[in-house]
Design a protein around this ligand. Sequence first.
Ligand code: PLP
Length: 401
Amino acid sequence: MMPLLAGRLAALEPPATVGMSARARTLRAAGHRVISLAIGEPDFDTPPIAVAAAHRAALEGETKYPPTDGTMALKQAVREKFARENGLTFSDAEVMVANGGKQILFNALLATLDPEDEVVIPAPYWASTPLIAQMLGARTVHPQCPEALGFALTPEALAQAITPRTRWVILNFPNNPTGATCGGEALRGLADVLSHHPHVWVLSDEIYEHLVHDGPPHVSLAAVAPELRDRVLTLNGASKTYAMTGWRVGYAGGPARLIAAMTTVQSHSTSGASSIGQAAVVAALGGGLERIAVMRETYRRRRDRAVAALRAMPGVTCAMPHGAFYAYPGIAGCIGRTSAGGALIDSDAAFARALLDEQHVAVVHGAAFGMSPYLRLSVASDDDSLSEACIRMARFCKRLR
Ligand code: PLP
């Protein structure tokens, strides 16, 4: 008999993005020019001041175990950032640093969830969110954010999803994968629902906050609804704003009781985030927002081109993503048809697979984000690749029979 894997892994699949990347690598190795719009990662470089700060920290001996919840310098920089950019005042005991925003989410859920607890995660969602909750034995509940409403979450849909067993509501604006944003007024409507459920923690994932292209500007849930302050955790990180995905630094602000529990969880798993990475993020946070303005403008321009191209493809619809760097086109009009290569397109997964095999364009199927039939395309890819990918996808759609 073979040694077993944990039962809790039964429900877990490898992330869809990883599967597509592996397939793309195989095609590349066979000599094909594969274009990947599958990964949600800025195609910009980390700010040089952050790199220089990391270099300096390493040379100056900042190479010992850092405090689990973050270096003094980074916690201060994070507190200043929350105050300056979000109007949120936190004490040192109310902020922590982790190995990426993903670990913040993981810490928060591990610190609070018991088996059979419910976690409300509006769909479409970032794929990792429900998988972490499910790994911990929780049930996930998914109010729908339909394309017809621009993928917005309505207060009614949120209210219906909350039960006495709900432990968390997890919100993410601007949203991965849809690009939906939520201005102050709409957020206030959601906060009114949340204020009726004092047993519920609320995680506001604001990692794309600086990528709002049009419509109302980003506001933090905790700023719009100060009455929720003792149960809102605001998640953020350096990955998207500063093009620092590989440095693995995320952070959060929230009630001291929750932050202390999350720090305990982290102290028994990874300990503190890399001291060098933390030094780099201190410099990045202090370096102003000029670079993100350039990135935002670039993503907006690419979004406009990609959405126009998508809307011109037969069988494809596309709501305008007002934020982040994704488009989430609907492909209901392509389902049931057959590709030029003979693949039956009976799902968004089948579409994505055939598109990769026949036109060498990698995207992620919507089922991975909890709403089908859709695709997620990242526009954080260079202009030439994006244009060529759109040409190939249009060709694929036109040839569907
Ligand atoms: N939240 C959302 C919505 C994301 O899309 C991501 C990354 O893709 C993260 C959080 C976490 O990013 P990181 O762990 O790199 O900070």
